[in-house]
Write a protein of this length. Structure first.
Length: 201
């Protein structure tokens, strides 16, 4: 029987790092949704007047959905929930780049399920750097796997808001969304990625 069959409200885990869930009495079936953390946005580039090089948006975290049909009541499941990546603190490679979101992971029955975090966005003067705004990747045998969405790549010019982070692939909320990159003279829109999560039904 599932949580729903037993009249138990689904559990959502939003704290990052190592987290546990104890299977309630009478439950032997669980559906688990995991989303990785979103990558941080890149800082807008330096320029003498317009146009200001846009920072790249972070990619969103990937999603894993797996149904377990043989869980034991009273057993403890352990998850590692990925945090959102930090926004970049410098527009070029000489300073602090944005960081990728953390992976959300879970191991059961000898299989490790990974909802990968999204990559960060490059700074506006670092458009060929390693933070390429790509969405996270998902792995895990027998699970439904969804890649994260890419953020907008860093651009050499333009004041328009075209440095969005990748949209969340979570079934609810904005968990694992990529942070927007900075743009314009005020570095508008510059954000960290959002944390991943786990939902158990």
């Amino acid at each position: 029987m599932s949580l729903t069959d037993r009249g138990i409200v689904p559990t959502t885990i939003t704290n990052t790092g190592s987290q546990t869930f104890v299977v309630p009495r009478g439950v032997d079936k669980l559906t688990i949704e995991m989303v990785g953390g979103g990558g941080g946005g890149g800082k807008r580039g330096k320029s003498v007047g317009s146009p200001w090089p846009n920072g790249g948006g972070g990619g969103s975290g990937a999603k894993v959905v797996v149904t377990l049909t043989d869980v034991e009541s009273g057993s403890t499941l352990t998850f590692n929930v990925g945090a959102g990546g930090n926004k970049g603190t410098h527009p070029s490679s000489s300073g602090g780049r944005s960081t990728a979101g953390g992976d959300t992971t879970f191991t059961y029955g000898g299989v490790t399920y990974t909802a990968g975090g999204g990559n960060g966005g490059n700074g506006g003067n670092d458009t060929t750097g390693p933070m390429d705004s790509s969405g996270g990747t998902a792995t895990g045998t027998g699970a439904t796997l969804t890649s994260g969405n890419d953020g907008d790549a860093a651009a050499s010019g333009g004041d328009a808001d075209d440095s969005d982070g990748g949209d969340s692939v979570a079934s609810t909320g904005s968990y694992g969304a990529g942070g927007d990159g900075g743009y314009g003279p005020s570095n508008s829109g510059w954000q960290d990625g959002t944390d991943g999560f786990v939902k158990i039904t």
